[in-house]
Design a protein around this ligand. Sequence first.
Ligand code: FMN
Length: 165
Amino acid sequence: MKTLVAYYSETDNTRRLAEAIYESINAAEKDIVPIGEAVPDPYDIIFVGFPVKANSVPGKVEKFIKSIPEGRKLAFFLTHGSMRGGQLAVTALHHAMGLAARQTILGSFGCRGQVRADVIDSLLQKPEHRAWAMEAQSADGHPDGADLEDGREFADAMIAKSRNM
Ligand SMILES: Cc1cc2nc3c(=O)[nH]c(=O)nc-3n(C[C@H](O)[C@H](O)[C@H](O)COP(=O)(O)O)c2cc1C
């Protein structure tokens, strides 16, 4: 099974999670490539990683998901400033899954990712965004060692699941 880890990352949070996932994948052939350079065609299993941006999926990532040929196995991973399991991250994940209707989705994993200080500072000034900015501040230091370990376990579970299908 040829496996690809394709990720998009602006401040390295998702890249670090992608690398942890990649290390953990026990497969004869595996590659890790940033979205923008990644070509999905040769792969049976594709891990697609992205940061939640404005409640959704970054445009480049949407385009990449839409380019994946029918019938491939996908696993999504994401980082986000809001709490684990929070509504914004779930909404973004559902959007990503909706773009992959012709593929098999093995599963998904999300963890928090530290938010750029200038973004937090500017949102703290805006009353309508202040509550979110305060919540997002507590993502400082993430992904941490425990998040990356959870990411490795996720990778192992996805590969095991793909073998049993
Ligand atoms: C412009 C911008 C918009 C963001 N919007 C959201 C959002 O809607 N929900 C959320 O949970 N996190 C949001 N975040 C936080 C990022 O998802 C988080 O910091 C992520 O870990 C960044 O990943 P990266 O370092 O791989 O780019 C936003 C960050 C930026 C810079």
